[in-house]
Design a protein around this ligand. Structure first.
Ligand code: DC
Length: 229
């Protein structure tokens, strides 16, 4: 073997990181981009929601940080055919409730919980590539992502989308309460010390207030294909 030859560079599968506030539509866009490219998909918010659900089931309080971090580190989460499982049980619908979203946002503030979920999130990076959505995909989990998108929409557009989603899933919903809830959650997600929601340097802004899902998906695909030209 030629001792002068440099070690082969190991290139990791490409990542498209899509960050944005709650109900911005980033999940829908991320899933469709992943499907179009044949990539894997990571819904990182679902992991925080699963920790929230599990903590509720086990009656662990928000101030019991050690138990919450342990719960997150041992999370038995799996994803298949668009469904989300906790300990093998399909919890895809129950983690979408507003109460669980709110609790997820509160425990996502805890650095210990965030740290416990890093390895699990990175394990989704597999060939041929990954589309990951969340709050800190570009800033913390995949800082070397090939494409970073900050996907947002006006608070009103997001509240309306969330309202329709909740009604379609059979939950009750009230627009005034939803608007306030979104504002509170944005405030908490953006102002927390650990991995706050932010448009990092190099992330492309995609405001979907006036866009259809197809248009938003196409924009991300165009940006991605432009990278290889
Ligand atoms: O995207 P979502 O609404 O399902 O996320 C639920 C909560 O989880 C959100 O309010 C903040 C938190 N979260 C986070 O802190 N970091 C992520 N990468 C994803 C979600």
């Amino acid at each position: 073997m030629n001792s002068n030859s440099s070690a082969p560079s190991i290139s990791l599968p490409p990542v498209i990181a899509i960050d944005g506030p709650t109900a911005s539509g980033k999940g829908t866009v991320a899933i469709e981009v992943a499907q179009a490219l044949g990539f894997h998909y990571l819904d990182s918010g679902a992991l925080y929601r699963l920790v929230a659900l599990a903590s509720q089931q086990q009656k662990i309080q928000l101030d019991d940080v050690l138990s919450l971090a342990k719960l997150a580190a041992q999370l038995k989460a799996s994803f298949a055919n668009g469904r989300v499982y906790l300990n093998g049980e399909d919890v895809g619908d129950s983690i979408r409730s507003e109460a669980i979203g709110l609790l997820a946002s509160k425990l996502a503030v805890l650095a210990e919980v965030r740290r416990s979920l890093i390895g699990l999130q990175r394990s989704f990076r597999q060939n041929p590539g990954l589309v990951a959505d969340g709050r800190d995909m570009a800033s913390v989990i995949f800082p070397d992502a090939s494409l970073k998108v900050f996907l947002t929409a006006s608070t009103e557009a997001r509240a309306e989308r969330r309202y329709k989603q909740l009604i379609a899933k059979g939950f009750s919903a009230n627009m005034t309460v939803l608007l306030q809830d979104l504002r509170d959650r944005d405030e908490r997600d953006m102002s927390r010390q650990n991995a706050p929601l932010q448009q990092v340097e190099g992330a492309l802004l995609l405001d979907t207030s006036q866009l259809t899902v197809d248009q938003a998906v196409q924009q991300v695909l165009n940006w991605y294909s432009a990278l290889s030209q």
